[in-house]
Design a protein around this ligand. Structure first.
Ligand code: F2R
Ligand code: MG
Ligand code: MG
Length: 307
């Protein structure tokens, strides 16, 4: 059983971990490997991943739970193009401003197929923490929140997988951790073939860790949710003892490095709590005080207004 303070530290760790992973990965986004951990330096601004995760947390706090319309308008209010958004979200914001409803606009993207990008997964961390104790509600809200920008099933399922990974990380402590059991739990949740296959690959890789080239070949490091959510998860599971090692490993895989870093940082931060994040990174994160206080408010809402 987690104490109140442990839980608070995990809420803060998850959101700060997202910002830190995003900031570390930002200079390498879109670049090919190889990078070494020595190349990874902390500094600069966070990107759309963190800006949107902040929006998710703000909306959950203001509405004391999920409200799709409010969350969509929070994204629109916060939108700063200089953060480096994907092509889809700004289009959707425009359509919502023109009058399309928050859960229909995203269906117009890519000739009606919707986006399978990782944008719904990269921002999901506050939902994973807020609903950590109720998997049915968590899956439902993760799905609904994805619809604001991502209506393709593979974009949605990536967000559900990331949300459930964060929730499991909140529930567990390093003393009660077995990476194979962690993956088995996720296999009970995930339905889509591409994710089930990648979770099986993760199980195999955890038994005898292959080199980075093979990890990128088999798990991916791209902008698609199915090429990045499993990769971020593996980065955490293969480095469960240290936030720093997990996130540096994730970022060094290259490709969509800010997002793989952000998602790994969200899971690892939820697992270790904010004390597990190196001070130098935590304190130098852009808007660090605001992000920490927002995560604390989210925890307060969670513990004050139990369903
Ligand atoms: N966009 C970026 N980075 C590029 C610019 C950064 C640069 N350094 C700068 O500072 O300016 N990063 C961010 O985008 C990713 C999240 O993207 P999201 O929100 O999922 O966007 P979108 O447009 O929905 O999907 C991304 C792309 O995937 C392809 N795609 C998706 N669904 C598709 C479909 N059904 N058919 C065909 N293609 C599809 C498209 O190319 C989309 O544009 C994160 O990396 C975040 O950091
Ligand atoms: Mg980004
Ligand atoms: Mg990215």
């Amino acid at each position: 059983m987690l104490s109140e303070l442990q839980l608070k530290s995990k809420f803060v760790g998850a959101l700060v971990g997202t910002g830190v992973g995003d900031t570390l990965g930002r200079p390498f986004e879109g670049f090919r490997r190889p990078f070494t951990v020595d190349t990874v330096k902390f500094g600069g601004k966070y990107t759309d991943d963190t800006e949107m995760a902040i929006g998710v947390a703000e909306s959950l706090v203001e509405k004391q739970g999920f409200d799709g319309e409010h969350m969509a308008w929070t994204f629109i209010r916060n939108f700063n193009p200089s953060r480096g958004y994907g092509w889809g979200p700004p289009q959707i914001f425009k359509w919502i401003k023109e009058g399309l409803s928050w859960d229909k606009a995203s269906r117009k993207l890519f000739n009606g197929t919707g986006s399978w990008g990782n944008g719904a997964a990269m921002r999901i961390v506050p939902i994973g923490t807020f609903y950590f104790d109720d998997f049915e509600e968590l899956k439902k809200v993760a799905h609904q929140s994805s619809l604001i920008t991502h209506s393709h099933i593979l974009g949605i399922e990536g967000a559900v997988l990331q949300a459930c990974s964060v929730a499991l990380a909140v529930r567990l402590t390093p003393e009660s951790f077995d990476p194979q059991i962690f993956v088995n739990k996720l296999l009970q949740i995930v339905q889509e073939d591409v994710y089930r296959k990648k979770l099986d690959i993760i199980r195999k890789f955890l038994r005898g860790k292959p080199d980075e080239v093979r990890i990128i070949e088999e798990l991916g490091n791209g902008i698609a949710a199915f090429d990045s959510v499993p990769t971020a998860l593996f980065s955490f599971l293969s480095h469960p003892k240290s936030f720093k090692e997990a996130v540096r490993y994730a970022v060094c895989l290259g490709g969509d490095s800010d997002t793989i870093g952000a998602m790994c940082g969200g899971i690892s931060g939820a697992f270790h709590g904010v004390e597990g994040i190196p001070d130098e990174w935590r304190k130098n994160l852009e808007n660090a005080e605001y992000i920490e206080s927002l995560a604390e408010k989210l925890w307060q809402v969670k513990t004050t207004y139990k369903k």
